[in-house]
Structure formats: C-alpha cells, structure tokens
Design a protein around this ligand. Sequence first.
Ligand code: ADP
Length: 628
Amino acid sequence: MEQKKFKTEVSELLHLIVHSLYSHKEIFLRELVSNSSDALDKLKYLTLTDDKLKELAFEPRIDISFTEEGEDRTLTISDNGLGMSHNDLADNLGTIASSGTKKFLASLTEEQKKDSNLIGQFGVGFYSAFMVAKKVEVVSRRAGEEQAWKWSSTGKGSYTLDEAERESQGTTIVLYLNEEGSEYANRWQIEQLVKKYSDHIAYPIFLSYDQPSYDDKKKDDEGNPLKTVEHKVEQINSSSALWRRSKNELTDEEYKEFYKQSSYDSEDPLFYLHTRAEGATEYITLFFIPSKAPFDMYYADYKPGVKLYVKRVYITDDDKELLPSYLRFVRGVIDSEDLPLNVSREILQQNRVMNAIRTASVKKLLGEFQKISEQNPDLYATFIEQYNRPLKEGLYSDYANRDALLELVRFKSSNEDGFVSLASYKERMKSDQKSIYYIAGGKEETLKASPLLEAYRKKGYEVLIMSDDIDDIVVGSIGTYKELPLKAINKSGAVDDLKEEGEKQEETKEAKALIEKVKKALGDKVKDVVASSRLADSPAVVVVDENDPSAQMQQILKSMGQTDFEEAKPILEINVEDAMVKKIENSDDEQYIEQLSSVLLDQALLAEGVMPKDPVGFAKRLHALLST
Ligand code: ADP
C-alpha cells in the first residue's frame, strides 16, 4: 500500500469547502454525479473515435445505492465511464489540476473565504464529498486497462493507493457518511437531490433500494404480518439533453436548474438564449449569461464555459475557439448535427461548419444584448456592470461586429449619472457640436475634475469620462460613431472645435511675447506652449499631441514595465487672462519667470493626476515663490 500526502493546496481547498460551503453541503451529490457524467461522455467519445475501444460493449449508466442500517451509513455512486488509472487517481484526486482554481484560491482574502457564493462559483468538485463523509473510497479501473485501483482518504492530509478489483471499466465512490451526512442515506433525499440538480444529465441514473412490504394474510411466527423485502432498481432522472427539447415545453425553472447544475453556479443566470438553427447547417445553441462575471475572466488561462456536442455526444468543453475570447463569460452548449465526431482542435479552428455556427452565435448573442438594453434597462445595467469591459475588448478584436458592439458598450459621462451609450450621447448633442468628446486615461474623479472640462461645460458639451484602463486602448480603434469623430479633449486636436465661428485665430503681440518667454523658460520639458481659448478658471493645462499616448497612458505603460516607447512631451496650454500668467508677462526677472513657468507646468500635470518629473524641485520653487 502506498501512502501519499495531499499537495498543500488540496488541504487548503478541503478546509475551505468544509468550512464555507457547509450550508450548501447537499451539492456534493451534484458534483459527484456530474463527474460521472463527464467520465461517461469521455468514454462514449473514445468508443467512437479510438480503434482500441471501438469494440467495447458500453451502456452508459450511473448507479446510486446506500446502506441505512448498521454502524456505517454509506452512500455509493458508481459509473461505467472512462475510469482512472493509478496515475490518474494520484493526479486528479491528490492535487488541484486546474491552475485557474489554484490562482483563485490564492487571491481570496480571509473575508472572501467565508463567502459561500464565491466559493461555490468555481467547481469544488470531488472534494465536496468530505463535507458529508468521514472517509471516501474510490475504486476505479480505466477503460483498456486490466488493473483496478483503490484510493482512500479521510480528507486529513493524506490518502492511500492500493491494488483493487473491479469487473469492468468505471469508477465507484463509497462515502462513509459522517453525522452531518447521515441524512443522505435515504431514498427520498437522494431522489429529491437528483431531480433538483441532475435531472438533465444525459445518462440514466439508477437508484437501488429495498422496499419492504407487509402481507396481512400471512403471519410470521410471532403473529405479525409477514414482511417481505423486495430489491428495486429505478431510474430517477429524466436523462434528456435539455437543450434538445423545444422551448415551449421548457419552464424558466428548468432552464435555471440546468444552468446551475452544468455551470457550478449557485446563482440563477442573468438571462439565457435558446436557438435551434435549421437549414444549411443544423445545430442547437443554449447560452447563459452568469449573474456574476466568472472569477477567472481576466486570467490568461481562463476556462471557457461552452461545451461542444456533436449529435448529443460530448466533444469538448475546453476549446477557446467556440466563441471569440471577448465572449468568454458566456456559458452553455453548442450541439451540431453536421460536424464529424472525431473533430480535432485544429480542424475546429478552420472548419466551415464551426465557423458558421460561431459567426451566427455571436450575432445572436449581441442581438440579444441589444434587445435587453432596449426592453429591460435595469437588467442591462446589471449586465453592463459585469461585462462592459469584455465587450470593449470586442471593439478592437471583432471588427465585423464593431457597429453592434458600439451600441452595447457604456461610458461614464460629465453630464449624466451612471453609464451612458453613444446613441444617447448623440441625442443630447448641441446643435453646433461637431464631435463626440471624451477624456481618457486616469481615475474617474481625476478626469471629472480636470480643468480641461471647463470650456466644454461652458458650451454645454457633454464629455465622456473614459476611466476604465482599457478605454484608452479601445477608443483609438473606435475612430468614429455614426460619422461623428471621437476626440480626446486632452489631445491637441479637439481644441479647434471650441473656437467660435470667425474667432480671431491670430495671437496678439503680447500673447506671442509671453509664449516665447514661457517656451524659453521650460526648454525641452515641453513639446510646445500655446495660448488657450478653453480655460476659464485654471492658469494652464497639459495636453498631448494628437498622435502621442496621453500622459496617464504613459504612466500606465511605465508601471507595466514598458519603457521602450519614446516619451511624449506635453503641450502646455496657458490661459493668457490668468493672474499668475500675467505675472510672467509683466516680469523681466529670468529666474522668477523660470520658477513661475515650471510651477505652471507642474501644477497642470498634477491636476491631470500625473506626478511632476522633479517633485523636490517643484516644492522648492513653490516655497521660493511663496516666500517673496
Ligand atoms: P473537476 O471535475 O472540476 O475537474 P474534480 O475535483 O471533481 O474536479 O475531479 C478531478 C478530476 O478527477 C476530474 O477532472 C476527472 O479527471 C477525475 N474524476 C473525478 N471523478 C471521476 C469519475 N467518476 N470517473 C473518472 N474520472 C473522475
């Protein structure tokens, strides 16, 4: 016999499950049944594609039995699926295979670890058995192998692996129920849980139980009615692939239960979308939008949520090509009539049928999002809270659907609370307004307080506040919305729009002299100095050249360790009417002009949330100026 220690993360996961999911302990049965179902899926697939297994006589099924008397109450779940080899057992039931789950665990705070909804969000899987069992034994034999193996553990740090016997391929899991779990050694409990969580598992689930009956006419030796016990085996799920049934015969409840059971989510989905396509390509899709964004949505190795079936045979749930990556939060099923069963990942990527399904699915989903945004604004607001950002990713990755996506994304605004759409911005535009204005690259509060907004406010122009760190990258790829250019007010190009019709473009002689003074004082700290026509209450602002990244963007790039870009120098716009600026105009003292000009630049940077290059110099100059 071998004794092995759990990897530390397993011990931690076990601890978490037992302590946080306690009030949801009944889900253990759903987890074990869906593992069995997965194993049956895998074997069914292999019997169709693997020459060595083609001959295998295989009637997929799951069996549940229990003992309710005696010291040890047990519950047994058995399947004739793929099974596990010696190494599979050690790898799958001794470590946490999914790196997403590992990272998720590591990222949880102590507070979050107590939140059962959060924990329930990722598949707790096999280990949930330890919520109801003091000991778990797994006897498994992998299809195509002769030797079976027994894995056994009390869930406390280690497990044993031993040779065992099993007639044919598959896995049998015996739970030795603990006090909290003893209620599950009961026919009604099991039936109810299977109905609730596993009704749509595509394979039959059988429950064996003993049914006593009493015959009044026949008496036993003591004169009591004669008791006979009949052993029964009964199918307790409806075992139909839910997505294959027609919409009209399915209830909202059934959809929701199916979602929860297949997506390991304890909450109802926000909404779902069930489509049957007939004609050139035949397929069914059933998509769900989770009410909370999946925890691994921003991990590079996120787990895709859509399963591919071909004629009801499960093919894969690990293909990132089924939907474009910006829709990675979508859960559900694609079931095709036309794909070959032995479709490989490489084939999937270029397959004409798969491409058609993917293209149509994206259109359907985006269309549904649009419909909800029009018909159910509250629901859409919840949706946007979770998924605005991935949709924005779509703006630069899915050019074909750019117009649809432009209607779906939302931004903060200088004039409105909450999120606004580009369409509603357009409706509110002033009659003389030529562009859609935005300010990007910084925190919402900083952007909203930017002095650059002053002139737009005065004219009644709304400015979109693009504070999401992805906005700066995305907005460049938008360019125009319904032929209206999008202009960054913190870039030099937007300025001209504010000039009144026929406004004098020429700077006065005084202004020219002033600008020369400031330019000389600042030297190569700035790209240019210009007189501003859009500042009311501030002495100066910094903008960047139309083609340069914004000051905040440069800061983000630096913080990401990117230093190989040429630093874009700011353009300083000065308000020639401002009292501080007038002081420069009226002075001949070079040192004084240098001090004032530098402070002018640094305070403008600070107002944009950007640290001055030389904070000590800034403080010194400020001190010198305030002391005279
Ligand atoms: P998950 O199912 O989320 O991968 P689990 O902890 O439930 O995580 O299971 C870990 C792995 O153990 C599974 O991915 C599967 O490979 C294997 N496994 C679990 N139960 C069975 C079973 N009944 N038959 C075959 N393999 C199984």
